[in-house]
Ligand binder design. Structure first.
Ligand code: ISL
Ligand code: CA
Length: 537
């Protein structure tokens, strides 16, 4: 028996960039409510909402200053209640983003903790400096020292992300109690669960120097520690299980083995995890060093995870990643075919697919031409660091251009009109000029559009037992071809053939054609450029 989150496809909304209802240039909750019918029409069963809590926006809402408040730029709590209710009427559940590794430095807990005598002191990681320098040699995810000196306290605090995102001290039981209360608050409102931000780094087993590394020095003291597993079991037993709530954890640097532990149903920790392995198939060591895309590497990674875990989250995009058609497809020559191929893969692997807003339209990486257009704190820090070590501007920009998280954050392209129909005012970040061509209005009514392909594939997945529940088996992986089969006893199997190239490729099977992104009637063993074929046997 599958659970609801196994049967459904989940749609991620990045509220800031989705739909602006009042012309201030920032997407908001009334904007989302106004577009619920469009989301429902796609056939998804839940929305994961990136943070809408009160936040000074050092990291676009991933720095929370009040976990129980809706930031006025997004609307009011009444709007949030109405979003939950209106989505519910359309059989769509709401999944909130739970960002509990850190808070904003403007959160009252942190403000109080700056006083060494405060009972909140121990809610964060405060340490005296060593010889006037940071307490240890750790480095942050955002390319800087992760200790910040606070003159009020006379000590340093730990922040694994931006300076304005101090890490909570999860060794302190008071932190666990406070977060559990917050989770109950949202579950009582009727949300169905949480996407848990960087959840495998909560517990720090020591704050001492780490082994010097090119990135994330210190990480052996916080990546997937036993203490984190214990916290997850507590959250589950104390809160989540009482509401039958769903969780998907964003887990950085996990192996299939660690992921298997985190979502083993018997351990009662998480339901699913987002892993990064397949997202690393176009990089050297760190994401800023991109190498040319090799479909075989992507396929090998996906296949390895399919083999290792009975079920997991499937994704090609989110608010931190460049757009998939620009990255794994051929945006220039085969935009439509390669985007439909990626859709086919996402919706026919075994697991719960997540679609990021605009992915269903084939939105592309941004078309900015310089740092002036960049808004993301991570990109800005990285550019600064590269500049400091003498990397020339053109090289810096080519790295930012390909990898910046802002690639995913340009406004949703609703129409060919002003600001792509996103806002009547000045959008907080630039709109891609290709909205004239790539937009919802153009695609929604067109049966041959990418969005229609997404919609059809979502429906096909739901109505085809082998695609939904069947086992996964790799048939073939090479430089340009990925083939696999989904099998279920007593049901017809589905074979998936994917040609990741602009050339024809032979794959001599002649079973009954179920569908192809070329809309043809039968299959003769030759795949067209970027063709995705589903065969029935
Ligand atoms: O961008 C990344 C992936 O390549 C990572 O560096 C990312 O910061 C990491 O995956 C953690 O992401 C999550 O937590 C961050 C926030 O900035 C991201 O938006 C969020 O998804 C801190 O809360
Ligand atoms: Ca707005």
């Amino acid at each position: 028996m599958l659970t609801w989150w196994q049967k459904q496809v989940i749609y991620q909304i990045y509220p800031r960039s989705f739909m602006d209802s009042n012309g201030d240039g920032i997407g908001d909750l009334p904007g989302i409510i106004a577009r619920l019918d469009t989301i429902a029409d796609l056939g998804v069963g839940a929305i994961w909402l990136s943070p809408v809590y009160s936040s000074p926006d050092a990291d676009n809402g991933y720095d929370i200053s009040d976990y129980r408040g809706i930031d006025p730029k997004y609307g009011t709590m009444a709007d949030m209640d109405s979003l939950i209710a209106e989505a519910g009427k359309r059989d769509i559940k709401i999944i909130m983003d739970l960002v509990i590794n850190h808070t904003s430095d403007e959160h009252p807990w942190f403000q109080a903790s700056r006083d060494p005598a405060s009972p909140y002191r121990d809610w964060y990681h405060w340490r005296p400096g060593k010889n006037g320098k940071s307490p240890s040699n750790w480095t942050s995810f955002f390319a800087e020292d992760c200790w910040e000196h606070d003159p009020v306290s006379g000590e340093y605090y730990l922040h694994l992300f931006a300076k304005k995102q101090p890490d909570l001290n999860w060794s302190n039981p008071a932190v666990l109690d406070a977060i559990e209360d917050i989770m109950r608050f949202w579950l009582d409102k009727g949300v169905a669960g949480f996407r848990c931000d960087v959840i495998n780094i909560l517990y720090k087993s020591s704050l001492e120097d780490g082994k010097k590394k090119l990135i994330l020095t210190g990480s052996e003291h916080y990546l997937s520690q036993e203490g984190t597993h214990e916290i997850l079991r507590r959250l589950r037993a104390d809160v989540l299980d009482r509401y039958q709530a769903f969780t998907v954890g964003e887990t950085v640097f996990v192996t299939p083995h660690m992921a298997g532990e985190l979502c083993n149903p018997e351990r009662r920790e998480l339901d699913l995890v987002f892993s990064f392995d397949h997202m690393e198939s176009d990089q050297w060591f760190v994401k800023w060093f991109k190498r040319s895309f090799h479909a075989g590497r992507l396929a090998h990674s996906l296949a390895r995870w399919q083999d290792a875990l009975p079920w997991n989250a499937l994704y090609l995009e989110n608010h931190d990643q460049p757009r998939s058609v620009s990255r794994f497809g051929d945006e220039q020559h085969w935009w439509h075919r390669s985007a439909t191929l990626l859709a086919t893969m996402l919706l026919t692997l075994r697991g719960t697919p997540f679609i990021f807003q605009g992915q269903e339209l084939g939105m592309c990486n941004f078309d900015f031409d310089g740092m002036d257009s960049i808004r993301d704190v991570e990109s800005i820090n990285v550019d600064r660091l590269l500049k400091k070590v003498g990397i020339p501007r053109a090289i810096r920009w080519s790295m930012i251009r390909r990898t910046s998280r802002d690639n995913a954050r340009t406004p949703m392209q609703w129409s060919a009109g002003k600001n792509a129909g996103f806002s009547s005012g000045d959008p907080w970040i630039g709109v891609n000029a290709n909205h004239k061509r790539i937009n919802m209005e153009a695609q929604q009514g067109d049966p041959l559009s990418l969005r229609s392909a997404y919609k059809a594939l979502i429906a096909l997945r739901a109505s085809t037992p082998a695609l939904l529940e069947g086992s996964y088996r790799t048939l073939h992986i090479s430089r340009y071809l990925f083939a696999y089969i989904r099998e279920l006893e007593g049901q017809r199997s589905v074979t998936v053939l994917l040609n990741f190239s602009g050339k024809k490729r032979r794959y001599p099977l002649t079973e009954t054609l179920l569908t192809s992104n070329y809309g043809r009637k039968d299959f003769d063993g030759t795949l067209q450029p970027w063709e995705a074929v589903l065969l029935l046997s």
